[in-house]
Design a protein around this ligand. Structure first.
Ligand SMILES: [Zn+2]
Length: 380
């Protein structure tokens, strides 16, 4: 019998891979940048070893809403330092880049980064170089957006539109949303729609979305943008959207996660399809201090089962962007993106985006980020 050999073995951890239904102590063997085997007591001869005893080992976390066009858009952060300390092997930039600024994103961000960087292309060709990026429709261009998506399908996974006053200016129409849908429909990719203070009206934007499109910042607290009625019940328009396949994403950020909304939604078993951070220069700092483990911790605290929290941070975002055949699972043959995390029993005070604090008793923390079989050096 041939003994399999591995470049790297992560041993002794509890492997949680919702995609394969795995939830047990096992080793993960990696060879040539891909997952080679998951099982008990894998051969270790010659392999680099990482001891994950007492930790959970999951597919590398996928942050569906990040801002990493550092040096070009004022809100962006550097991709690799955050990835290295947060178990996040893939960051999907959510609209920092538009068609007119795309080439620099590939050359100066994606190519030099050790972590995986993908993007939703902003329907505004200037991306988030300046706001309101969709003001007066001057920079909204579905034809050019669809062309750049088509030419860069290896990295661009969808179209982003920020459906709020700080993107639209005083323009009171839903036009940028329709243009985003037109571009996405032409290229057959999903739309990620951010919600915020109107215009446009939240319910009108939501009504435009199709199966597979996603709403980000969905756990907001403002009365005019939240998913819930005044009494806390989920709005019928929100139920209808979920029923037709619209996805609801967290996009925590410094303005989009509210403990009260979170409790109301949890009480009705309304959970996010995907968990993401909206990391930028402000949300990454105290008091919010967001990253993927911190966002997952909040949902775990709400009562979302750990396996579902992991699924919403791995397999589900992978599928939402059409990458489910490559990342988001530890299935042999997948790219060897792995997160080593720990769930620690300790009391921590966490502040939402509205300055309200809540004490959580279990905290998810990241130990190690592995991307394509390579362990990232941790940069703080
Ligand atoms: Zn954002």
């Amino acid at each position: 019998m041939m003994t399999p050999t591995f470049d790297l073995v992560v041993h002794g951890g509890t492997v949680i891979d919702p995609e394969t239904g795995t939830n047990r102590v096992a080793d993960v063997g990696i060879r040539d940048g891909r997952i080679a085997a998951v099982g008990p007591a894998l051969a270790r001869d010659g392999a680099e070893l990482i001891d994950a005893t007492g930790c959970i080992v999951t597919p590398g976390l996928i942050d569906l809403h990040a801002h990493v066009y550092a040096g070009v858009t004022p809100l962006s952060i550097d991709a690799d330092p955050l990835a290295s300390r947060s178990g996040t092997s893939t960051q999907v930039d959510a609209g920092s880049v538009g068609a007119a600024t795309w080439d620099g994103f590939r050359r100066f961000i994606v190519e030099p980064s050790q972590s995986r960087v993908l993007a939703f292309l902003n329907i505004s060709i200037i991306g988030l170089v300046a706001m309101p990026e969709c003001g007066y429709g001057r920079f909204v261009d579905p034809t050019e957006t669809a062309r750049v998506v088509e030419a860069n399908r290896d990295l661009i996974v969808g179209v982003k539109v920020r459906a709020s006053r700080n993107a639209f200016g005083e323009d009171n129409s839903l036009q940028p949303v329709w243009h985003a849908i037109a571009a996405a429909r032409a290229a057959q990719v999903p739309v990620m729609m951010h919600i915020g203070d109107p215009p446009p009206v939240f319910e009108e934007g939501l009504a435009a979305l199709r199966k597979g499109d996603m709403v980000t910042h969905a756990w907001k607290g403002q009365p005019v943008t939240r998913l819930t009625e005044r009494d806390g019940r989920v709005k019928p328009e929100v139920r209808a959207a979920r029923d037709r396949g619209v996805l609801f994403d967290i996009g925590h950020g410094s303005g989009s996660f509210n403990w009260t909304t979170a409790h109301h939604l949890a009480d009705q078993d309304f959970w996010p399809d995907t968990i993401s951070t909206d990391v930028h220069i402000n949300s990454i700092r105290p008091p919010v201090s967001i990253d993927m483990p911190a966002t997952m911790t909040r949902l775990l605290h709400m009562g979302m089962p750990l396996v579902d929290v992991v699924a919403a941070s791995t397999s589900r975002p992978a599928k939402a962007i059409g990458w489910g055949d490559r990342i988001g699972s530890l299935r042999p043959g997948h790219l060897a993106d792995v997160a080593i995390l720990a769930v620690e029993d300790r009391e921590v005070v966490l502040t939402d985006s509205y300055g309200v604090s809540e004490t959580v008793r279990r905290q998810i923390v990241a130990r190690t980020t592995i991307v394509g079989g390579k362990v990232m050096a941790r940069v703080s």
